[in-house]
Design a protein around this ligand. Structure first.
Ligand code: NAD
Length: 317
């Protein structure tokens, strides 16, 4: 089948071609999918997107008019796709349910450790030959309580990592009956009350949007560390910013940001106007932001390519 890949990163293209082994006709563009770029899909059977492609009703309407029958996303999350509209046009949707949960769990741990030991500031100071220690006091993870919200593929992969650091691990998942080793399942309020570090591993949907807001933050320990490698809109950024200002939140590690669409995955260094909320967050020494890169390991990219081509194979069959 013919498939057009939107938002293709240079590193992905060769992996996709390798996995494809010349079976399908693949066309790549670095452009994001929008009502302005749907025409690139003319003549294709399938459209392959990523998290920054807004697959909204107007976009799907145009794709359907072009005869597109399939939309595959090279991601776990599907919050960027209007599934109801796709269903209306009988367009099939596929995601990648799990490609390398360890990649994301390890990135969450990397953010947490880098924050606790002030690694970014330390490195910046060292580069200026400033080897003083005054502002670099960290804390041990050993003995701390880590609260995992969401115990699917990624939440589960985070358990042995934090266990290995000597943490007590508590968790909450909407699905009851998770009988997992090395973790105590608790209700959400108990997690907020007891966790020194909270790491989010849930999908974005109507139920989870802004799950971290003023009300939930009030229930947390003063000085809590929050790590979000899941989706930006799980966090109400303005409320978190307020809590960072008062010290209620001690540390914040974000791989995803509420307003990242049209910003992340691209170089905006020359922009005259910059997102003020993000700029303020980045000025804080206890905030660490990465550009939605938790998935970006060789192993994960190979698996994404492999599973994307498998999806095209299944549809063709
Ligand atoms: P998963 O589907 O395997 O697990 C999600 C878990 O969340 C499930 O156990 C589910 O029961 C639970 N859940 C759903 N709604 C809940 C709620 N309201 N409260 C508590 N638990 C709830 O997904 P996963 O592979 O673990 O991925 C989790 C999320 O991470 C994805 O949805 C995606 O948004 C994000 N993600 C980010 C990156 C990145 O690069 N930053 C990469 C992959 C995935």
């Amino acid at each position: 089948m013919k498939a057009i890949f939107y938002s293709t990163k240079s590193v992905e293209k060769s992996l996709m071609l390798h996995a494809n082994n010349q079976r399908h006709d693949l066309v790549f563009t670095t452009r994001t999918l929008s009502t302005e770029t749907t025409s690139f899909a003319e003549g294709a059977d399938a459209v392959v997107v990523f998290t920054n492609d807004n697959v909204t009703a107007p976009v799907i309407h145009k794709l359907a008019a072009l005869g597109i029958r399939y939309i595959a996303t090279r991601s776990v999350g599907i919050d960027h796709i209007d599934r109801v509209t796709a269903e209306k046009y009988e367009i099939k949707i596929a995601n990648i349910p799990a490609y390398s949960p360890q990649a994301i769990a390890e990135h969450a741990a990397a953010l947490a450790l880098a924050l606790s030991r002030h690694l970014v500031q330390a490195s910046q100071q060292c580069q200026h030959f400033n080897f003083s220690l005054n502002n670099l006091i960290g804390f041990n993870f050993y003995g701390k309580t880590v609260g995992l919200i969401g115990l699917g593929h990624i939440g589960k992969a985070a358990i042995p990592i934090f266990k290995g650091l000597g943490c007590k691990i508590i968790g909450y998942d909407i699905l009851p009956g998770q009988n997992l080793p090395d973790i105590e399942m608790v209700d959400l309020d108990a997690l907020y009350k007891n966790a020194d570090v909270i790491s989010l591993h849930i999908p974005l949907n109507e139920q989870t949007e802004h799950i971290i807001d003023r009300t939930s933050i009030e229930k947390m320990k003063t000085g809590v560390m929050i790590i979000n490698t899941a989706r930006g809109s799980l966090i109400k950024t303005t409320d978190v910013l307020d809590a960072l200002r008062t010290g209620k939140i001690g540390y914040l590690g974000l791989d995803v940001y509420e307003n990242e669409h049209g910003l992340f995955f691209e170089d905006h260094e020359a922009d005259q106007v910059r997102d003020p909320l993000l700029s303020e967050l980045m000025r804080m020494p206890n905030v660490l932001i990465t550009p939605h890169q938790a998935f970006l390991t060789t192993e994960a990219l190979e698996e994404i390519a492999h599973q994307t081509i498998n999806t095209l194979n299944s549809w063709e069959n």
